[in-house]
Design a protein around this ligand. Structure first.
Ligand code: X8Z
Ligand code: ZN
Length: 576
């Protein structure tokens, strides 16, 4: 039936053009909203997103109903179009507008959230509260700040409940069982297979997490006493130095190997040199350029938001943008002079360099191989921020002796290994919410049951159903799928190991830096340029020679630490 086929071919081509135009409009409206939160920008952003959602759904339905395209490329595009939206609204009148309004409103509540810590009268934002959590060591202060921030979720509860219902009925119109099924179907494999892949990867890294957990719990018990930190059982979450306990790096000095001198403190070094926010961005850019990639365009430096602007509300959560899907790259961030933000800048520029690399693809392929790839690129570069690298860029005077590496590895594990169960649990929970297995009356209870099961943490005091604690994490109100970060935390070590081999590096993985290496730049660039034009296994193979995600790189990277933790934990009961 050539006539029919060519009709659906033409429809895909037209749809691609139409969606490009609508996506640019939505990006522009979102940018203005995110950098200037007002009623009006909220309305503009909701409207632009509603239009994009509405048209994407209509086109996806139309294309699904016509005979499949005649060639493999268009067939892939048709499928990507169908799964492209993280949120699908029901087509009934008002559906898209209502869903877009709910998300914009929840995002606004989160972005404007503040709390005045006990004994003060000035409400402060999430960044200031996070600083207290990472620097203060008084359990009462930490509990107050942790609890104070978590109140932000309360007023989202009913919006979130309605959002789940609407998003699910939209997903069903496109033939998915629910929104979670839609999210899981974006990985070139049946959705159940993806769920099993995630379980497999978790089972490979879980032993390392349990070792780290037991060691940190013991050190915290030594500091705070057994009445606060139990011998066996979950760790009180407010003691872990981060609002969500997704990174424990703030505890690096507290739990450092006894007798070891800290290798270096990057935060300290950056502050001592008087580093400005824009200098932090320059460091990250220089890394990519050293590998042979182009510098960022002038418009990036003119249009990005690097610091919290005075006198207006903005979304501070860091993000990277490509407003015209070609070259209008930007980041939006409230940069602080810390090692954490130094790393986050590499993370964000990883997004921008990916966006630029696939700009030559047709619109529907201007995305990463799968979303975990997008999140892994900048972090892969971040793994090359080694002592040797810091010496090369003049941030460190001399390379510290390898005897100090345990402290270094432990600090990295406090960031990367501690993250793994959190990266997993956010969407394990949302998948069950979307499927209806968890009902609104049990949102909070199940959230804490699952956080305890995977992360081994518990809230400072019991939480009930008047609270909505998932809403206290950016990606829930913003409706950003989260499993991508779990996958990225596995993939970045797989990429790092492959690039280390590409440049023929000797020595332990955690001392390998690809800084200044053009062979690594080419190898990485070849994968980035593919965008989402091929199955992600092809992209993975281009970079690593492997066709399955694997935790082998991660386990190799941390092997010396695992051995050391095993010794430290002798006699300790692991788990909770
Ligand atoms: O949201 C982010 C990035 C933007 S894509 C800053 N991340 C996750 C988080 O902050 O929760 C990076 C690591 C995990
Ligand atoms: Zn990211």
């Amino acid at each position: 039936m050539p006539a029919k086929d060519s009709r659906s071919d033409a429809r895909i081509d037209e749809a691609e053009q139409e969606l490009l135009a609508l996506s640019i409009e939505a990006q522009q409206a979102d940018w203005v909203y995110n950098t200037y939160l007002t009623r009006d920008t909220e309305a503009l952003s909701s409207r632009a997103n509603a239009r994009l959602i509405e048209r994407t759904v209509a086109l996806a339905k139309e294309i699904t109903a016509t005979p499949p395209p005649s060639d493999a490329i268009r067939a892939r595009k048709a499928n990507l179009l169908r799964v492209s939206l993280p949120l699908v609204a029901p087509s009934a009148a008002g559906g898209p507008e209502r869903l877009a309004t709910l998300v914009a409103r929840m995002q606004g509540i989160y972005a404007k959230g503040t709390y005045a810590p006990k004994g003060t009268s000035t409400p402060v934002d999430l960044q200031a509260l996070s600083r207290i959590l990472s620097e203060n060591r008084r359990p009462d202060v930490l509990e107050d700040v942790w609890t104070g921030w978590h109140a932000v979720g309360r007023s989202m509860r009913s919006d979130f409940t309605e959002y789940v219902r609407l998003a699910n009925s939209g997903a069903r119109e496109l033939g998915f069982a629910d929104t979670g099924a839609l999210w899981r179907s974006r990985y070139d494999m049946p959705e159940d297979t993806l769920a099993r892949e995630v379980e497999r990867l978790w089972s490979e890294v879980e032993p390392l997490y349990r070792s780290l957990h037991a060691y940190v719990r013991r050190r915290l018990r030594e500091r705070y006493g057994a009445s606060i930190v139990p011998d066996h059982g979950p760790i009180p979450i407010h003691l872990l130095g981060n609002m969500w306990a997704q990174s424990w790096e703030a505890l690096a000095a507290d739990v450092a190997p006894p007798g070891s001198t800290p290798a270096y403190d990057l935060t300290e070094i950056l502050r001592r040199r008087g580093t400005e926010p824009v200098d932090m961005v320059r460091f990250a850019e220089r890394f990519f350029v050293s590998m042979g990639l182009d510098p960022l365009p002038a418009s990036f430096w003119e249009r990005s938001m690097f610091v919290r602007p005075p006198g207006r509300e903005v979304v501070c959560h860091a993000s990277a943008w490509d407003l015209d899907y070609v070259a209008d790259l930007r980041i939006k961030m409230c940069i602080e002079i810390t090692a954490e933000d130094f790393r986050t800048l590499h993370h964000e520029l990883g997004h921008n360099y990916y966006q630029r690399a696939y700009a030559g693809q047709p619109f529907l392929f201007r995305d990463s191989a799968h979303d975990g790839f997008h999140e892994a690129i900048g972090d892969t570069i971040g793994l090359s921020v080694t002592p040797e690298y810091l010496v090369r860029v003049g941030l460190l005077a001399e390379v510290p002796p390898v005897e100090n590496d345990l402290g270094l590895l432990l600090a990295t594990a406090l960031e990367k290994i501690a993250f793994l169960p959190f990266g997993l649990v956010v969407d394990q929970w949302r998948w069950r919410v979307f499927s209806g297995e968890i009902s609104p009356e049990e949102y909070n209870r199940t959230w804490w049951e699952m956080r305890e099961r995977y992360q081994g943490v518990r809230p400072p005091t019991p939480r009930d159903e008047t609270e909505f604690d998932p809403g206290a994490k950016f990606h829930v109100p913003a409706s950003v799928p989260y499993m991508r970060y779990f996958l990225a935390h596995i993939l970045q070590f797989q990429f790092h190991r492959a690039l280390a081999r590409t440049i023929g590096a000797a020595g332990p993985l955690h001392r390998v830096s690809i800084y200044g290496d053009r062979r690594a730049g080419e190898r990485l660039g070849a994968m980035l340029a593919m965008g989402s034009s091929r199955d992600w296994r092809d992209a993975l193979e281009t970079l690593t020679g492997e066709r399955a995600m694997s935790a082998a790189g991660l386990l190799e990277y941390f092997r010396p630490l695992q051995r050391w933790l095993d010794e430290q934990n002798r006699g300790e009961e692991l788990g909770w």
